[in-house]
Design a protein around this ligand. Structure first.
Ligand SMILES: Cc1cc2nc3c(=O)[nH]c(=O)nc-3n(C[C@H](O)[C@H](O)[C@H](O)COP(=O)(O)O)c2cc1C
Length: 252
């Protein structure tokens, strides 16, 4: 997507969409169209990795919630120690895990979402996770699996470049990249979807900050990145799906 289209989209979001009245009668939901899938589909023969199931994870520290909130801070320096697969599975569950399936088009997750639409997908740039080859993966919350979407060649350098020189992203054990799939929210809210997608992303990242403490790790929200470069890095088209927020995670 051209830079001009990105700038126009952002300008339209800030000046118009964020203040727009919701015209529910004009939404696809009220026109009777079926809801889009709650998880981005993937090819049946795609390479997947099973994640350890909730409840089977070992090595998590009990954390006092009020202390976690009091001591929350952005961490940009990591020890270089690997994350365990149990730890990564725990972080994924805490940020996008499914609590309850309501019907084919709706699921409740560990984070809130406007209308329970959950218009985000989670990509992981994995650099140092025990038992996982370096590369780009997508979390499949319905299956509790990781889908392999790309190789790990020069991933730290590509991440540093795509985050406009923020080299701590390239030194993390893994970088969470949340994308927006706008139609999943627009189906119900039309143009008002864009405000609530951004609000939803905040909840997700806050959970990541808090639960990182339970595995002796830290994170730092990143919204300053090169949009086309980041979309290319995780293999999304930048139109129907685009990166919206990032968070490197590493042991501290
Ligand atoms: C929406 C958002 C975007 C941010 N983007 C970046 C970023 O690109 N790079 C960075 O180093 N920190 C980024 N931060 C982290 C802030 O700089 C940090 O939260 C702030 O300095 C306060 O520090 P604290 O989180 O330790 O309380 C971002 C935080 C938020 C909430």
């Amino acid at each position: 997507m051209s830079l001009r289209r990105h700038i126009n989209r952002l300008r339209s979001f800030l000046k118009d969409d964020i203040r727009r009245e919701v015209d529910f009668s004009a939404t696809d939901q009220n026109r009777g169209l079926p809801p889009p899938p709650i998880e981005k589909p993937c090819p049946a023969d795609a390479r997947r990795v099973d994640l350890p199931a909730a409840g089977s994870w070992t090595g998590l520290r009990p954390v006092d919630l009020s202390a976690a909130i009091r001591d929350r801070e952005s961490c940009r320096s990591y020890t270089g120690a690997p994350l365990a697969l149990d730890e990564l599975a725990f972080l994924l569950w805490a940020t996008q895990g499914i609590r309850r399936r309501l019907n084919a088009g709706t699921a409740l997750r560990t984070v809130p979402s406007a209308g329970a639409r959950h218009a985000l997908e989670t990509y992981l740039c994995v650099m140092n996770v025990t038992g996982l080859k370096a590369g780009v993966y997508r979390f499949l919350p319905l299956e509790n699996q990781l889908l392999h979407v790309g190789g790990g060649d020069a991933l730290p350098d590509r991440l540093t470049a795509a985050t406009l020189g923020q080299s701590f992203a390239g030194r993390a054990a893994a970088v969470f990249v949340w994308t927006a799939v706008p139609y999943r929210m627009e189906w119900r809210y039309g143009a008002a979807a864009h405000k609530v997608i951004a609000l939803d992303a905040g909840h997700v990242c806050q959970n990541l900050y808090l639960v990182c403490r339970a595995i002796g790790a830290g994170t730092c929200a990143i919204a300053a990145y090169d949009q086309p470069a980041m979309d290319r890095l995780i293999g999304v088209d930048g139109v129907d799906e685009f990166a919206i927020y990032l968070a490197p995670v590493g042991k501290v």
